[in-house]
Design a protein around this ligand. Structure first.
Ligand code: CDP
Length: 233
């Protein structure tokens, strides 16, 4: 299934559309490195919350945050079972970055030009040797416009909220479906309308609406797209 030829695979889409699950599965099936770019924005957000740079109105202090970006180091540790954990200044923050508290604050942080610039250059450096699957909002449009395979994933807001609600409940978070749906809708709006690399489908991306698809089905489709991209590259 894997090939000697290495390509870059960009998987973008709306919040909670299941991109990460698909991207992780594909990377493991073909022996590629998987990078969750959203985890990087979440880690910066968690750091800013702890540094007191995000107000009660959820608005970050953009100037202070950009001037202190040098204090933040983000890495991924790979566990023996292949799962990845996001590391913030050496601390494993994989669970801490997935809470609704962080979700409620991340999109305004990700709209800051200086933050995007710094993370984009880190993400490009990770793709220098190709053989990478990266998921996010702007991977096919801004980070790797030259990616050999671009996929844009979508599903209805209600369906995405339902999936994320179940995920958070399973982790023991005290949330309501309405809170999650609100968060999904608000992030969609901020991500789509921001000035810097807004969320949109790249002209050459393949659309995938997975509202009515099982994970097996979406994995199979993605693998087919990878095989086609390898043949054509
Ligand atoms: O919750 P979900 O997995 O859908 O989102 P995520 O991939 O963890 O991303 C969290 C937030 O980071 C998004 O809502 C965007 O505001 C931002 N983000 C971004 O701006 N650009 C990326 N390449 C990835 C994420």
């Amino acid at each position: 299934m894997s090939s000697d030829k290495k390509i870059i695979i960009a998987i973008d889409g709306y919040s909670s559309s299941g991109k990460s699950t698909m991207a992780r599965h594909l990377a493991s099936a073909i022996g590629y490195r998987y990078i969750d770019s959203g985890a990087m924005y979440r880690a910066v957000t968690l750091w800013a919350m702890r540094a007191g740079l995000i107000g009660d109105d959820l608005a970050p202090d953009a100037d202070a945050l950009v001037s202190r970006l040098g204090e933040i180091s983000i890495d991924f540790s790979v566990n023996p079972d292949g799962t990845q954990h996001t590391m913030l200044n050496g601390e494993d923050v994989e669970s801490a970055i997935r809470t609704l508290e962080v979700s409620d604050r991340v999109s305004p942080v990700a709209a800051i030009g200086g933050v995007r610039k710094a993370l984009t250059s880190m993400q490009r450096a990770m793709g220098v040797e190709k053989g990478i699957v990266m998921d996010g909002r702007d991977i096919g449009t801004a980070v790797f416009p030259q990616a050999e395979l671009k996929v844009f994933v979508d599903a209805s807001a209600e369906c995405r909220a339902e999936r994320r609600y179940k995920e958070l409940k399973a982790k023991g978070e005290d949330v309501t479906y309405e809170d999650v749906l609100n968060n999904v809708r608000t992030r969609d709006r901020i991500d789509e309308t921001r000035e810097e690399s807004p969320l949109r489908k790249a002209a050459d991306a393949v659309s995938l609406d997975n509202s009515a698809m099982s994970t097996d089905e979406q994995n199979e489709i993605l693998l087919g797209l990878y095989e086609k991209a390898i043949r054509n590259s």
